[in-house]
Design a protein around this ligand. Structure first.
Ligand SMILES: C[S@@+](CC[C@H](N)C(=O)[O-])C[C@H]1O[C@@H](n2cnc3c(N)ncnc32)[C@H](O)[C@@H]1O
Ligand code: SF4
Length: 372
């Protein structure tokens, strides 16, 4: 029987690099787009995919909507030639600026059934602080256009932690919920090394919110979205019933995935693989640009699956661990779990172990680092 596979395609081009972004994405390199797509096709074609059935394909970035129809067709064709495709979810990420009627229609014709729009904010001041190239009107218009022209499974990304207070962010969430969207991914602004924000912070040019306000913003967003028509199915992800991201669920449930393009990660046969981050060398040698980062042993795999599963509201199935690894999770983590059970941050019910709601999610990083 064939194994299920989840495919990620990375497009590392952006019109302008955002000052907070550490993803592998380059501005002013669009002249390399044709060559890059050729390299992607070569990387895909070099694989033996006969044992896999692809269940989701996710075009991420960067800004994958810089791709033209001919590029997307080539990539999908290469996948079709190599794998058995039974794709339930075909997603592309975009910035609001690229959501135009003709492009949306074309994406639909190509088979996309999910659009993830990097809205980030509905407030001009915040968008400016984030160095975005769109304003709040563009953000709203993008959602409306995608919906009107038939890509109605829409997810939006929102950032919080800059230029925010409880009122302004609360209003943004209300506005988000009034739009025809199915999914919201929320991101607490993180300051990553190598970004302009990292340098601004070091030189005192960036004012960040204090930790208490950030936690309050998170608790508020959980409360508002959960009260609205969204289900919180992961620490930072919310969806209307039936619209959980199948692709991201695969990551959180430790399914096998394959990534193509610079910086893309794969997880196959317990091996974590990564493609080089060097654009030129990838274009030159796409088939030899993949490196094994590590091979997980049984213990590492148990920890990984446990932590990833705890990110989900439904938590992890104790019986599944027994079946897969022959261990009793509670005994295995023993004292470490007991501490958080006593504190009320972890609960066990119906053979599942899970974080006990948003008050536990808000301290999840501390919990995870103590569990591993
Ligand atoms: C690869 S970006 C994809 C979308 C598209 N490139 C855009 O920016 O609209 C994925 C998401 O990661 C989030 N993100 C990127 N850098 C971040 C950071 N430093 N802190 C928090 N969220 C970040 C943004 O919300 C962004 O939408
Ligand atoms: S946040 Fe998105 S648009 Fe901005 S640089 Fe990163 S990948 Fe590009």
């Amino acid at each position: 029987m064939k194994k299920e596979l989840y495919v990620y395609i990375h497009t590392p081009f952006c019109y302008k690099k955002c000052p907070y972004c550490a993803f592998v994405s380059f501005e002013k390199r669009l002249n390399l787009l044709d060559n890059y797509v050729e390299a992607l096709v070569k990387q895909i074609s070099s694989l033996d995919g006969k044992n896999y059935t692809v269940k989701t394909i996710y075009f991420g970035g960067g800004t994958p909507t810089v791709l033209k129809v001919k590029h997307i067709e080539k990539i999908l064709k290469a996948l079709e030639n190599r794998f058995d495709l039974d794709v339930e979810e075909l997603t592309i990420e975009t910035i609001p600026n690229n959501v135009k009627p003709d492009y949306v229609r074309t994406l639909k014709l190509l088979g996309f059934n999910r659009l993830s729009i990097g809205i980030q904010s509905f407030r001009d001041m915040k968008l400016k602080a984030l160095g975005r190239i769109h304003n709040s009107r563009d953000s709203i218009q993008a959602v409306k256009t995608a919906f009107k022209y038939g890509l109605d499974n829409i997810s939006i990304d929102l950032i919080y932690g800059i230029e925010d207070n409880l009122d302004t962010f609360g209003n943004e969430l209300e506005l988000a919920m009034s739009l025809p969207i199915k999914h919201i991914s929320t991101y607490m602004l993180t300051i990553e090394e190598g970004t302009h924000f990292f340098d601004f912070l070091k030189s005192g040019k960036l004012n960040l919110l204090n930790d208490e306000l950030i936690s309050d913003l998170y608790l508020m967003l959980c409360e508002k979205l959960n009260k609205g028509s969204f289900e919180q199915y992961e620490i930072s992800n919310f969806a209307k019933k039936g619209f959980y991201s199948k692709h991201n669920m695969a990551y959180w449930t430790n399914k096998e995935y394959m990534g193509f393009g610079v910086s893309a990660a794969s997880f196959i046969d317990r091996k974590r693989l990564k493609v080089t981050e060097d654009l030129e060398s990838y274009i030159k040698n796409p088939t030899t640009s993949v490196f094994i980062e590590e091979t997980l042993n049984k213990n590492e795999l148990i920890k990984e699956m446990f932590i990833l599963g705890l990110r989900l509201r439904k938590g992890v199935d104790i019986r599944e661990f027994k079946k897969l690894f022959g261990i009793d999770l509670i005994e295995h983590f023993d004292k470490k779990i007991k501490k958080f059970l006593d504190l009320g941050f972890i609960r066990i019910e119906n053979n599942r172990i899970f974080l006990n709601g948003c008050r536990a999610f808000v301290v999840s990083n501390t919990i995870f680092s103590e569990l591993i």
